[in-house]
Each structure stands twice: as structure tokens, then as C-alpha cells.
Ligand binder design. Structure first.
Ligand code: AP5
Length: 210
């Protein structure tokens, strides 16, 4: 199944996608994670996007579309995928429809207050990218990843100014995608509040899985 996860920053897309990989047996493709890996590796792409991402702005459509097109040309995505963080603009959505039409778009329904609470307490593993939260999803060992033992850090774009910019750009550029996909009959909505287990159950229910 080819899925898009659509929702504001901090809605829990990456967290649910990590579970969705097991449930749907498809790869999780996060444009944000690809950019962050490129930054960590100091590759040409990483150098190009570092300041943009850390400031909470959007990478240009051309760069992002090319990246996703190349990733979706790989063998492991042919039976399906979970696209997390792409598309974020109507232009990106129209490009995706040309090279890989999706089956469903899962919109994460969540109020701003919950999003701010989630982003302000997020910790991320520097090594494997697993997400934690200082209150809702605590690591067993403080500052260390449960999965690989890597060091946990606060994302640059989880600083207050960058969060504000990301939410503003979400409303301007990404929110119109809800109507865009609704009109095409592809949109399903999940209540993204509640515990991770509750959100997983909501996800399975809207997709009609077990
Ligand atoms: P990206 O990485 O996609 O960031 P985002 O969309 O802002 O989403 P987040 O990763 O912040 O949040 P999430 O919804 O995945 O929430 P999470 O699961 O971590 O993009 C980063 C940047 O890259 C962009 O700003 C842009 O610059 C660039 N970029 C990426 N794609 C682009 C594109 N298409 N075009 C242009 N530029 C692009 O959860 C958040 C926290 O909440 C965690 O601490 C987690 O533990 C906790 N949590 C999750 N679920 C629950 C729950 N159910 N209950 C309690 N806590 C929970």
C-alpha cells in the first residue's frame, strides 16, 4: 500500500510510521530524516539544506521532488511505502501524482497545544533517529537510545523560533493539501491525540487492518 502521512510538525507522523513499517510491511521514507542524515554526513546536499532546515523553512520543491523520485525508483518501494513529510506543497503533490500515485493519505488530526507539547519535549537519537519524549515516551536510560544506545539530542528546528516558522509554513503551504486530497477521495483522518498505542489502533481501524 502506498501511503502519505500528512500533518503538522510534531503530530507524531514519524513515531506512527516506525510502527506502520511492521504493520504494513513497507518502508518508511521521511524526507526530513533523509535531509538530517545528509547534514550529519556533511554531504553536498547536507551543506545545501542545513541552514534552511535549522531555521524551520522548507527546502525548495525541485531538490525535494528529485530526492523522492530517486528514492521511490528503488526496488524496496515497489509494493508500497509510507511517505512522511512529503508532499508538503501542492506543487510537490502534483509531481508525485505523475511518478507514483498513492492509495491513501492519512491526515493527523491534532490541536496546536498538543503539537507544541510534543515538540518541546522531543529527544532524537543521533545514531538511528528514533524519537523519544521526556514525558510521553521516556528512554529507559536518560540521554540514551533504547534501540541502539546512541546519544539523544534536541533537534535544531525544535527551538522556539524554528517551531513557530514551521507551523506558519505548515498552515500556508501544507494545509491546502487536505482539501486537495479530499477532493480526490484519497483522504482518511486519524485522531492523533492519545497514547502511541491509541494512535496505532486508530490507524489500523481507518485502514481496515486486523
Ligand atoms: P520533518 O522531519 O518532516 O519534520 P516535521 O514534518 O516538522 O515533523 P516532525 O519530524 O517534527 O514531527 P512528526 O510528526 O514526525 O512527530 P514525531 O513522531 O517526531 O522535516 C524537517 C524539515 O525538513 C522541514 O522543516 C523542512 O525544512 C525539511 N523538509 C522535509 N520534507 C520536506 C518537503 N517535502 N519539502 C520541503 N522541505 C522539507 O513526534 C513528536 C514528538 O511527540 C516525539 O517526541 C514523540 O516521541 C512524541 N509523540 C509521538 N506520538 C505521540 C503520542 N501518540 N503520544 C505522545 N507523544 C507522542
Amino acid at each position: 500500500m502506498k501511503l502519505i502521512f500528512l500533518g503538522p510538525p510534531g503530530a507524531g507522523k514519524g513515531t506512527l510510521a516506525a510502527k506502520g513499517v511492521e504493520i504494513c510491511k513497507v518502508p518508511h521514507i521521511s524526507t526530513g530524516a533523509i535531509f538530517r542524515s545528509a547534514i550529519a554526513a556533511m554531504s553536498p546536499l547536507g551543506r545545501q539544506v542545513k541552514a534552511i532546515i535549522e531555521g524551520g523553512k522548507l527546502v525548495d520543491d525541485e531538490t525535494t521532488i528529485l530526492l523522492v523520485k530517486e528514492r521511490l525508483a528503488q526496488e524496496d518501494t515497489q509494493a508500497g511505502y509510507i511517505l512522511d513529510g512529503f508532499p508538503r506543497t501542492i506543487f510537490q503533490a502534483e509531481a508525485l501524482a505523475q511518478f507514483s500515485p498513492v492509495d491513501k493519505v492519512v491526515n493527523f488530526d491534532i490541536p496546536d497545544t498538543a503539537v507544541l507539547e510534543r515538540l518541546s519535549g522531543r529527544r532524537v537519537c543521533r545514531k538511528c533517529g528514533t524519537n523519544f519524549h521526556i514525558t510521553f515516551n521516556k528512554p529507559k536510560q536518560e540521554q540514551h537510545c533504547d534501540a541502539c544506545g546512541g546519544e539523544l539530542f534536541i533537534r535544531e528546528d525544535d527551538q522556539e523560533g524554528a517551531i513557530r516558522k514551521r507551523l506558519e509554513l505548515y498552515r500556508e503551504q501544507t494545509l491546502p493539501l487536505i482539501e486537495y486530497y479530499r477532493k480526490q477521495g484519497l483522504l482518511v483522518a486519524i485522531d492523533a491525540q492519545g497514547s502511541v498505542d491509541t494512535v496505532v489502533a486508530n490507524f489500523k481501524q481507518v485502514l481496515g487492518i486486523g
